[in-house]
Design a protein around this ligand. Structure first.
Ligand SMILES: Cc1cc2nc3c(=O)[nH]c(=O)nc-3n(C[C@H](O)[C@H](O)[C@H](O)COP(=O)(O)OP(=O)(O)OC[C@H]3O[C@@H](n4cnc5c(N)ncnc54)[C@H](O)[C@@H]3O)c2cc1C
Length: 419
């Protein structure tokens, strides 16, 4: 079924989700499942990603909690999700491996490495199947207007409860203005919604880029997510469905990244093998390499206006070293839905009454995650012998404390709220 490429006839909509990436698309499906009519706006349908060695180069690690959410909307791309039951972490100067096993928390898997293009395809297939509930609008959101913007410092913006907001959307040569009761902004790290409201974002520079690709290794990956902390940044080899293929996420300084992008395949494989201590034997083949600038950022608030919430990367961007970006976005949705369920009867008349709590809680959670990831990155960037000795001693102690490891694993798997 083709997507509906138009706005609702009266140019007045109740619930708009801006951005149909993994977070916005899932939010729209879950809201539709709860009976809401949703307008989902994205500048384009998902584009096929670069493919290498037979699979998408873009991959994300998803937790069991995220898998459950996607299964709940029939958008789990089973054939493109590789389970991992073990995680091995070690460092450049260390001797101890930090080990996590799914069996320690009585789970079949710690998580799944999921190919992004098939994930988006699965989400959009469900969206198209729900044309009654979800009106897809292909257009670029240009700005968002609230009457209270006029004459106010944008950063102090807190509009009156009753006032609705206006989305300005560019569709080919037409500019549409649509009045909306509640906007859920999932328009990514460069969120136009956030920027047009003048909401500042705290930026923690990483000074790093991520080089991503797919490699074929001589030894099988043992359904293990491998990560080595190098002084220049963490290197992860993540298992694919084929036992000899791994996706690579290699964080490093920009200059090193540019140099490694320019290497021949053969030179790159040898350098990667060396950095990875040949833990999976010889690197036999590599797909095309891609680089992404890495940043960490957090918007000043998750609710810049009583009728607007920010979720996913629009709210915060985290370093990929813990594979948390989409998972945190899915957590946003789960928490938002809880609030919406409780406040359903007055949600669209006075959204802020329930959403304040959501905004506070998600902002705090994002802040603590950002600080923790930044701390971890800095800790492993230290190559002073005393600090590396302490890190190793800490890893040894942590490995022997199963109860503590279980807590950490349950938290990372999104199981901490369950028994
Ligand atoms: C190298 C790397 C590795 C990563 N690994 C992991 C991992 O292992 N696990 C994990 O959970 N996360 C990972 N992430 C993070 C993850 O990719 C992001 O957190 C995730 O893509 C955010 O999803 P989103 O839907 O919030 O935003 P996006 O994916 O950015 O989607 C935003 C959507 O909004 C649309 N849009 C934007 N602006 C407009 C506009 N003005 N008008 C209309 N539409 C608009 C875009 O077209 C897009 O569809 C990784 C990131 C990187 C860079």
């Amino acid at each position: 079924m083709p997507v509906t490429n138009s706005l609702s006839q009266d140019s007045q909509i109740h619930l708009a989700v801006v951005g149909a990436g993994p977070v916005g698309a899932t939010a729209a499906l879950l809201l539709a499942k709860q009976g809401y009519k949703v307008t989902l706006i994205d500048r384009q349908e998902p584009q096929p990603g670069p493919v290498g060695l037979g699979m998408d180069i873009r991959n994300v690690a998803l937790s069991p909690a995220s898998a459950e959410l996607l299964k709940g909307v029939d958008a789990w791309p089973q054939k493109f999700a590789a389970a991992y039951d073990t995680m091995k972490i070690w460092e450049q100067w260390g001797t101890n491996d930090l080990l996590f096993n799914a069996a320690d928390v009585d789970q079949p898997a710690l998580g799944w490495i999921v190919q992004v293009a098939p994930l988006l395809a699965a989400l959009w297939q469900q969206i198209r199947a729900q044309a009654e509930q979800i009106n897809v609008v292909l257009g670029q959101v240009q700005s968002i207007e609230t009457p209270s913007l006029k004459g106010q410092l944008k950063s102090q913006l807190q509009g009156p409860q009753g006032e609705k907001v206006v989305l300005v959307i560019q569709q080919q040569d037409d500019e549409q203005r649509v009045t909306v009761d509640l906007v859920i902004a999932a328009d990514g790290a460069e969120s136009v919604v956030r920027k047009s409201l003048g909401v500042p974002a705290m930026l923690i520079p990483t000074g790093q880029m991520a080089l991503t690709t797919i490699v074929q290794t001589a030894n099988v990956h043992e359904n293990t997510a491998w990560q080595r902390f190098l002084v220049d940044g963490p290197l992860a080899l993540l298992p694919a469905n084929d036992a000899n293929l791994c996706s690579v996420v290699w964080s490093q300084s920009e200059a090193t990244c540019q140099r490694r992008l320019a290497l021949s395949d053969e030179e790159f494989c040898r350098e990667l093998e060396h950095a990875f201590e040949s833990r999976l034997g010889k690197i036999q083949a590599v797909a095309q390499r891609q680089a992404f600038p890495l940043r960490q950022q957090l918007a000043e608030t998750a609710m810049p206006h009583p009728r607007i919430v920010l979720i996913g990367d629009a709210l915060r961007v985290v370093h990929p070293l813990a594979g948390l970006g989409v998972n945190l976005g899915f957590e946003d949705i789960a928490e938002l839905l809880k609030i919406i369920q409780v406040n359903a009867h007055f949600l669209l008349d006075d959204p802020s009454s329930g959403l304040n709590k959501f905004a506070r809680q998600r902002h705090l959670r994002s802040e603590s995650m950002l600080r923790a990831l930044d701390g971890l990155k800095r800790l492993y960037a230290q190559d002073k012998p005393a600090i590396s000795w302490l890190r190793n001693a800490g890893v040894g102690i942590f490995n022997s404390q199963l109860w503590l490891k279980r807590q950490v694993m349950r938290e990372a798997m999104g199981l901490s709220s369950k028994q």
